[in-house]
Design a protein around this ligand. Sequence first.
Ligand code: IPM
Ligand code: MG
Length: 357
Amino acid sequence: MTKRILILPGDGIGPEIVAEAVKVLNRLIADGLDLELEYGLVGGAAYDASGQPLPAETLAQARAADAILLGAVGGPQYESLDRPLRPEQGLLGLRAELGLFSNLRPAILYPQLAGASTLRPEVVSGLDMMIVRELTGGIYFGQPRGVRILENGEREGFNTLVYRESEIERIARSAFEIARKRGRKLCSVDKANVLEVTELWRTVVKEVGRDYPDVELSHMYVDNAAMQLVRAPKQFDVIVTTNMFGDILSDAAAMLTGSIGMLPSASLDANAKGMYEPIHGSAPDIAGKSIANPLATILSVGMMLRYSFGLADDADRIAAAVSNVLDQGLRTADIATAGQTAVTTAGMGDAVVAAIM
Ligand code: IPM
Ligand code: MG
């Protein structure tokens, strides 16, 4: 059956990197994969066209699609808009409306890039971990939220960190299932020593853990986890954590791999319908310069094939092609080390397509 993929390039470098991932998809279509691509608008691009970061039409397209490939959203020109109109609301709206609660962010160090990390090669070489970030709850979505004026005229900003038991349970199950298919080690990251809500998080994760006696469960406070990630990252197999802690820790994990330009992600609902995107942002400072690294987006296509379409072999072909171009010494500016000439965004994309076996 034809799989329908909605492509949402978004803002900044989004259109440039997505164009390279589409080359990869077209190559797979030429090889016989039954995929149909459709385009839509989200973020600042949608706001410019229609006055809304998540137009009803885009949401309808997203609901109808079997999977979504998204570039990135945001840019300085939108920062002064009212919050509901900002590009980020397009992304957060898609996550919430589609129920994409389970966000998988693998951090894998390609051996060819051991020298590109800011950490010593022996600390990061062989790194292969997965952060499972809760994506539709927590402080990102909790009510009440806002900025109010107190009686004395002072302004007060507030957000609410809230998790229901059912939300914790389903993300914990996702993470245990993933750990089971990997190294069978799960570390749940919380701040249970200070925050009641994450004390409940810890309790519920432990309860779910009774169904997974084959997975070794540990717990870590988030401040310690941040330190351990840069001290000895290879101790981790799978991390499960809240929306905001996962946002922060996954950027730190990205740098272990040499560049945030290397990390793909999958955001899945309960039926493995997913939205796939690089974990980096729209990088407005380098947009339009043809220097952005398309590999995170290309690897996101690989995750789509694996998690939404069950095409593990084709996902492996993409991963092998990426490894092959790195072997050839091809580097975009973000992963080039001294003496290496950087290729353009399109140069990298073309090379990956050519390397697909
Ligand atoms: C991410 C991003 C988003 C987030 C922003 C763009 C809203 O940082 O996907 O990690 O905070 O979730
Ligand atoms: Mg982030």
